[in-house]
Design a protein around this ligand. Structure first.
Ligand code: DX5
Ligand code: ZN
Length: 533
């Protein structure tokens, strides 16, 4: 089975509406003739063209996607595939209270004919609803889940609506808002758990908006429980007005695990209605749809950098430069036992920086001592010349400086050929912009928060705006890339760096120099980060 989950940013423009398009937008009932079908397809093409316009205007292509049906959007699905856009395609019969496959037993053939990035199902499920209906739905959903995970490249997107049962609403005196705020979040968690327990394993849960941040956190916790830690959640719009959707997205965007949204009607409905009524031109409708979609993307893009700094995800990389060299092995073991995430080895040659430190022999000696990754920070004039030696010694990643390297691209490629992780380091005086062209190729950016060469120096606070800029660039170009800081990190400066967007911290003095020991030093850092979060 593939790993379950999808945790990259995902901003979907959904327009797979079928029943509601026919009846509500067009006012048609019963079977459609060819001209009517073509008219709906043309309306969907306006939305798709707006999606493309939004990408041309700067919405990151790799985070964007559409959701459209085969019936009216067959051509669009083909075009999206040709253009490399993420595309989701529904598998459910439209306009039905109980989930069933649109194409019955033939569902797999349709999925493989389209090969969407995501196979989406819309399901109405209330844990207190009709048990027989829930059971039938669950059986069909498990069949789809098993199929997708074992036989298909398409991932499983589960759109969950939890409509109120009459008895539930009665208890709240018919107050639907109260239901949404007080009851629905709990029912959503229960539903997610029940379905998972029954073997229904979506990669992405597409859920109704939540008014409270802690409810968003509970949904993520349910979606990710039991080792499902890559599963993503996105917010759907339910056709609510702009303000409500804006609120929902802003709340969800702050919670790690909410990777994006799928908002359709709030984006395209009014512009399309106006266009059909000839109040605006096709171009006008297109521009307005693009504008609304871009606005919602903006909410996530703006908020994401700040939630990167969630304390639990911050990694610590103790730098052995500050450790007692006579007891290096012991110190590294202590760091590992205290929960270090990797060991940072500063390599200095007396040329690139005015100091000499460790060589490959130290990495070789540490290799059997620890299972942690050893990252070598190469403060040397010709890093390429030493790659083989450090690789043979057991280094896991190479951190190379931008400064003084006129062939950085080649250096990065060489590290990759050796199958090592690679990071680019920039000194305090070097601007973030130099990273622009290399970012897509690297695993990590290391921002020096002191001038390299010595431990135990003061954190340079003027690097903070640059750290924020690097974070923004990473979000735009390569969200998986790590952002590490090095120099002067202690309980005071660590929270500043994390708030600016760092997710890995190197620390020498504050860990190995702590009078109470390595464990106490690490604990002090972790507490400071947690309190600031
Ligand atoms: C500086 C080194 C750092 C240094 C950090 O040139 O790259 O890794 O060891 O040490 P502290 O935490 O003491 O500043
Ligand atoms: Zn370093």
């Amino acid at each position: 089975m593939k790993t379950i989950g999808f945790d990259k940013p995902l901003y979907i423009l959904p327009f797979d509406h079928r029943g509601s398009f026919e009846t509500k937008m067009f006012g048609w009932h019963g079977d459609l003739n060819a001209a009517q079908t073509a008219e709906i397809a043309a309306a969907k093409q306006v939305i798709y063209d707006a999606f493309k316009a939004a990408i041309a205007a700067g919405v990151p292509k790799e985070k964007a996607g559409i959701l459209v049906d085969e019936q009216f959007g067959g051509a669009i699905l083909g075009d999206a595939r040709a253009n490399g856009y993420a595309a989701a395609c529904p598998a459910e019969k439209s306009g039905q209270a109980e989930f069933d496959f649109e194409y019955g037993a033939d569902f797999a053939r349709h999925i493989e004919a389209v090969q969407p990035t995501f196979c989406k199902v819309l399901v109405r499920y209330n844990p207190d609803g009709d048990a027989a209906v829930n059971k039938r739905q669950t059986a069909r959903l498990k069949q789809l889940s098993d199929y997708l995970h074992s036989k298909s490249q398409s991932r499983f997107m589960f759109e969950l609506l939890v409509p109120a049962e009459k008895a539930q609403l009665d208890r709240l005196n018919g107050d639907k808002k109260k239901y949404d705020i007080e009851l629905r979040p709990k029912l959503m968690v229960q539903t997610i758990q029940q379905l998972q327990d029954a073997g229904v394993e979506p990669d992405v849960w597409k859920v109704e908006g939540l008014d409270r941040r802690d409810d968003c956190e509970k949904i993520v916790a349910a979606a990710r429980r039991g080792g499902r830690d890559k599963v993503g959640c996105i917010i759907l719009g339910r056709g609510e007005d702009d303000n409500k959707v804006r609120e929902w997205l802003t709340t969800a965007a702050q919670v790690q695990g909410f990777i994006g949204f799928a908002v359709g009607r709030t984006v395209f409905w009014n512009p399309l209605v106006d266009y059909r009524a000839k109040k605006i031109t096709r171009e006008g409708a297109l521009a307005e749809i693009a504008r609304r979609y871009e606005e919602f993307v903006g909410i996530f893009e703006k908020t994401r950098p700040f939630r990167q700094g969630k304390s639990s995800t911050i990694k610590l990389a103790p730098s052995i430069l500050a450790a007692d060299v006579a007891r290096l092995g012991e110190k590294v073991t202590e760091a590992e036992r205290s929960g270090a995430d990797r060991i940072h080895v500063d390599v200095m040659d007396g040329h690139f920086v005015p100091n000499i430190s460790f060589g490959a022999v130290v990495v070789e000696a540490l290799r059997p001592i620890t299972r942690l990754p050893l990252e070598v920070h190469l403060m040397i004039t010709d890093p390429d010349a030493f790659f083989d030696e450090f690789a043979a010694a057991g280094a896991d990643s190479f951190l190379v400086h931008w400064e003084g390297n006129s062939n950085l691209h080649r250096t990065i490629q060489r590290a990759k050929e050796l199958k090592k992780r690679v990071g680019v380091v920039i000194n305090p005086a070097t601007p973030a912009t130099v990273l622009e062209e290399v970012l897509q190729d690297i695993d990590l950016v290391l921002v020096m928060t002191v001038n390299p060469g010595f431990g135990h120096q003061h954190f340079i606070e003027t690097t903070l705006p640059k750290i924020r800029r690097v974070r923004e660039m990473i979000e735009r170009i390569k969200p998986d890339c790590e952002l590490e800081l090095d120099g002067g990190i202690d309980a005071t400066t660590a929270p500043l760096g994390v708030a600016a967007g760092a997710n890995v911290l190197v620390a020498g003095t504050s860990i190995f120099g702590d009078v109470k020991g390595v464990a106490a030093g690490m604990e002090r850092l972790r507490t400071a980060i947690k309190q600031a979060a």
